[in-house]
Design a protein around this ligand. Sequence first.
Ligand SMILES: O=c1ccn([C@@H]2O[C@H](COP(=O)(O)OP(=O)(O)O[C@H]3O[C@H](CO)[C@@H](O)[C@H](O)[C@H]3O)[C@@H](O)[C@H]2O)c(=O)[nH]1
Ligand SMILES: [Mn+2]
Length: 749
Amino acid sequence: MANPQSLPLCEKTPLKINTLQRAQEIAILFLFICLLVYRLLSLADHGFVWLLAFLCESWFTFNWVLTLIIQWTPVEYKTYPENLLQQVPELPAVDMFVTTADADLEPPIITVNTVLSLLAVDYPSHKLACYVSDDGCSPLTLYSLTEASKFAQFWVPFCKKYNIQVRAPFRYFSGNSKLPSDNPIGFLQEWTKMKDEYQKLCQKIEVAVQNLATLDFSGDSGDFADIDKRNHPTIIKVIWENKENNGVPHLVYVAREKRSDQSHHHKAGAMNVLTRVSGVMTNAPFMLNVDCDMYANNSKIVLYAMCLLLGFKHEKEGAFVQYPQMFYDTLKDDPFGNQMVVPLKTSWPGFAGMQGPLYAGTGCFHRRKVIYGFSFMDSEGNLRDVALDQERFGNSTELIESATHTLSEKIDHPHDLSGAVEAANKVAGSSYEHNTLWGTKLGWVYGSVTEDILTGMKIHARGWKSILCMPDPPGFVGSAPSSSHIMLTQRKRWVSGLLEILFSKNSPIFATLYAKLEFRQCLAYTTVLIWGLKSIPDLCYAILPVYCIVTNSHFLPKVKEPAFIIFVAVFLLKILYTLRFYLGSGLSISQWWNQVRMGPEGKIPYLTTSLFGVVTVVFKLLGISEVAFDVTQKDQNSSSSDDQEDDANAGRFTFAESPIYVPATTLLFVHFTALAMGLFGMQPPAHGADGGVGEMMCCVWVVLCLWPFLKGLFGKGKYGIPMPTIFKSAVLALLFMHFCGRIPLPLGR
Ligand SMILES: O=c1ccn([C@@H]2O[C@H](COP(=O)(O)OP(=O)(O)O[C@H]3O[C@H](CO)[C@@H](O)[C@H](O)[C@H]3O)[C@@H](O)[C@H]2O)c(=O)[nH]1
Ligand SMILES: [Mn+2]
């Protein structure tokens, strides 16, 4: 797709760097280095504890350097001349993919809203098609979508006529959206009608959810009778085929074939099926994909993305356009650290200043030909001869033909969807990919439960760049985990998925050595991939003060030593550094504190699920077990919650019977013991120590970070730590004390 002459070129512009921020960053780096030098110089006088502290601190320094490398040259994209797209003679077509996997964890009404918001975007509707992949193979989802497509016949024209901004009805009709005061004539009437219709739609879906038996299995849903989610043939239904220029875009339901003896590769597998099914149906040169909960929050998203993808002189500048993930209805002060506000200001623009943002799995527009995997342009920019054979693409002549069109940049003509269902069924088969390049060189890449990062990295490794799009209002908004347990489970999957990439042949280091991943981008990917590993030094560093107090040794310099100041300074400066972002963005101190405890770099996730994520990957590497894709539960609670009690408890930390809570509970126990020993002078006869003020302060900090666990000791129900967990942790804590030589247990030592 060449850039039409009339379009001015898009540009990346460097962001102005805040000098105070830079000064702080450098100062922290300098202090880290001083600290390491101090450790090294005094290593000989101290023992093992000193060495361990030195190793942890080297790791922290290394991480800080990587962080700075990412943030060094932030850029933003000069925005997209909105009205100019109207001057482009022919807008390209876009296929839009929505994935859902479980009608219980992902209620159909959520998927329906996402689909409605996509069907209603501001873009010529005959250029759009929406495909929903249902890995749950649920008749409820199909039923809900069918009903939604009827509602869409009113909803889409209504949104376009009155230029509605948020086109997901549950958000539009939710309590906090006010009606504009200067309504055009007739608006109020239509608005009321629309609201009624939407309520009816919700009711229908609700009734169906409550009582599956009311669904009529005779007609379209016949295929679902007695279906087994893990073992069933392909079901593809064209729910709505758009035959006019101004109608509602096509809507297609896809439940790919599943066989219990064949791996279906989770979301990556679903994406590849959607790519192929849409390939034989509409074959648009661009593809958008979203998770079922990520509705379009800005009606111009497709236009913006097209401006960016078409607006560069060299198409290599834009393999994909990524909208950062944002969330709706987040709880006050973000108690579970989901929002990731700071990355929006630091790492996202930072990545954009290198090879481009990471592919985040949702809210992303890809070029279809990039997904088809080949670098078809030679260095002169001419199309290379690409053999599109069955060995690569699989044995569907329709798909090979459509892929040939894509790669040779021919624009496909409107298709007859219903006529393509047979071909679509074939390419959605579970054995279609056997002996092809799907999942390796083609499409979404297999081998990690964070398929998004892996797939994006493979694209960068072929020398493509990517583009960041951050319009106001944000492009896509989704549901954030509504409880701490859900959040922690999600983090565990992320951590394992990222480590799976690090320890595979797809590691970014190889991609830099043998392919075209830029060096800085490789470092940036590495920082992301080693996320889970960071929990190990964090754990060690949390144990050190306890160990030192109990054994009356030191891992920090004594208060009187000048070196003590370096430690205090790094600690305080790092706090000030992050606090600045929060206060500067109008956020509260408690939000910052929640981030410290629960955020991506938070203590609690590090001391709970990250550790287990690492273990999962070790098990995988040893061939003991596979990494599972546990789907995140999604809630729609759009401020309509009438349950007062639930509201009050919404931000409270919850527990479940799970080993993930053992390490942190154990830590809490040993820290308390250590604090008690320190305060009441129960340490062994001091070897000239100063009571370990530094170590005591560290202990207090860890206890503060683990406060939710302290509350959990006394909480009831899901707010309390389960008894077995407390018991296991107590045993572990005793063992720890024993090995520190403090509590003689009859263990023969
Ligand atoms: O076998 C599966 C499993 C999941 N999904 C879908 O994948 C999406 C993401 O799953 P979710 O449980 O919401 O995971 P999150 O951790 O919230 O998702 C983030 O992380 C994933 C893995 O990195 C990315 O794929 C997502 O796009 C990104 O939003 C959802 O639409 C699911 O329906 C499938 O289609 N098939
Ligand atoms: Mn999600």
